[in-house]
Write a protein that binds this ligand. Sequence first.
Ligand code: SF4
Length: 659
Amino acid sequence: MPTTSCPLDCPDACSLDVTVTDGRVTKVRGDHRNPLTRGVICAKVARLPEHLYGAHRVLEPMIRTGPKGSGTFAPIGWDEALDLARDRINAAIAAHGAESVLPCSYGGSNGVLTEGSFDRRFFARLGATRLGRTLCAAPSGAVRTHMTGRFPGVALADVVHAELIVVWGNNPHATSIHFLDRLREARRRGARLIVVDPRAIPLCRDADQHLALRPGTDLPVALSLIRWFFETGRADHAALDRWTTGADALRARAAPWTFERAARVAGVDPSELERLALAFAGAHPAVLRCGWGVERSRCGGSAVAALLALPLVAGKQGVRGGGFVMSNSGAVPSHGDVVEPPTRRVNLARLGRALTELTPPVSVLWVYNNNPLQTVPDQERVRRGLSRDDLFTVVHDAIFTDTARYADLLLPATVFPEHDDLAPSYGAHLVSRLTPTAPAPGLARTNAEVFVAMEARLGLSRPGDTTTADEEARRLLTATPHLVEGLDRDGVAGPYAAPPIPYVDVLPATPDARTHLVPAALDAEAPAGLYGWIEDPATELAPLALISPARAETVSSTFGQLAGPAPLEVHPDDAAARGIRDGDAVRLWNELGAVEVFARVTEKVRPGVVSLAKGLWGHHTRNGSASNAVIPDALTDVGEGPAYFDARVEVARAAPPTP
Ligand code: SF4
């Protein structure tokens, strides 16, 4: 039975058994080559045959024949399509220079070969505008770069050794089912569980404590805990002296944050903060699992930094199952080695501005592994940009996404069981080798094939270039020979014989091998300094905090064509104040736009907070917009990530549909 691995934007990178019948994938199951995922996969990838062969699959190159956004296309041959793309790129360069070409990709496939090798080589040689791929992990990535360098956290498999697990801003039922496995095993061994999240996520049913913070207040709460450890004499000064720099500066910045002040900002009782502090202080080992919800607000980078620092201050590091874990991607090689020229850079989080305001303008947009109309903030501005008559948009995608409706040229792409790739996991310390298990339907081509063909058409090919994904995989792996044998044998390999214990088996990759608690670069970048607080952006007209968490049916917007709609979750107090009943059609809006969906009145969200899942497509809502229609393109304090959870909105019952 053919095997491969899942490269989707998920920490787990499950290894997969693929059943192929008559040249088509008919079943996908987990296999046991990945020791973290142990034969279990999520329901969405179990439905992969519907994704591969469903009505939304793009089967042949197409050219737009109707207005942008109408989704009206006619077939065109591959040669004709790529010649047209070449001509439009040459025309854009002649008129405005090569920076008028903008690549637009993200985590539709997290593979190294489908994103980060041939594509970057092509756009670098072209001299195109560079893309800041910031939608997720940019703030936490900046924090990691400056505080620890590439440095793994607690291995997810080691969570079973913890006496206490604090899950902060992470919903593993939706995004990390194998962490959930280990968490349950730890619970069976007697571990306590604390959840910090504005919503009552499924994990709360089993938690000893649930702290429902107002969105964006993780920073003051984390600082109040740090302050408490210092002020009560519980800080581990020996560990701080041995493994860190900047402890005194961190202590000074945490000093104003008493439990009372932090609790007032976060909308919780101060006693709840003390309860959490006492539980964390008294448990050995204790692990703090930080999720990506923490970074998605104006102080998100500082919040992640404070949570990274907290287990060090509390003396939880240096034992198996104790410390901090967020991403473990630092353990294995990730992307290729393309050196990009110093052309202008566009932050993907501000794609709408780039498409509508830049001079020289973006004349050619090349979208791949990405559905930016549904995943980038300020959706209506992105839509206006994609609607420009003078913009030539290429979309190379396997699925007819909402963004594809705005393509001038729509090219059929392969999906991961149909091509070669290398997929690093950011949950386990592993990398997987993907090989094709079945032919792609129709005329789909890989990213590698398309970018190599475009290099040839534009005179950018060079002697010695790799031209196939397999060649490129072997070239990249020469830098990591210790992985090759395992990858050739099992398709899955990692650099460690056993999960490393941070600060024991592996030290931070900083020049002095210490964690820098207040790095100068982050301090200079953050508008209020690192750990500086910025007040909530709510206004009288937009008093409710909107969060847009992940849901189990999709990976961001991937699989959106198969998923059903999602409701807006509203607390009963907020619903009653607005005359909203469960199941009502509601409109949420602010100065940027509006979304119309159905309401679910529920105590799962705290008062003052509404929740609408991320990754929705136009067909999921009454007006074709998604949560990004009301999410501003404001950036986080460090890392220039989108502050998705800083959207503030008002909600009301919507007018009934016109008969
Ligand atoms: S999306 Fe995540 S849980 Fe699902 S198969 Fe892929 S790696 Fe595994």
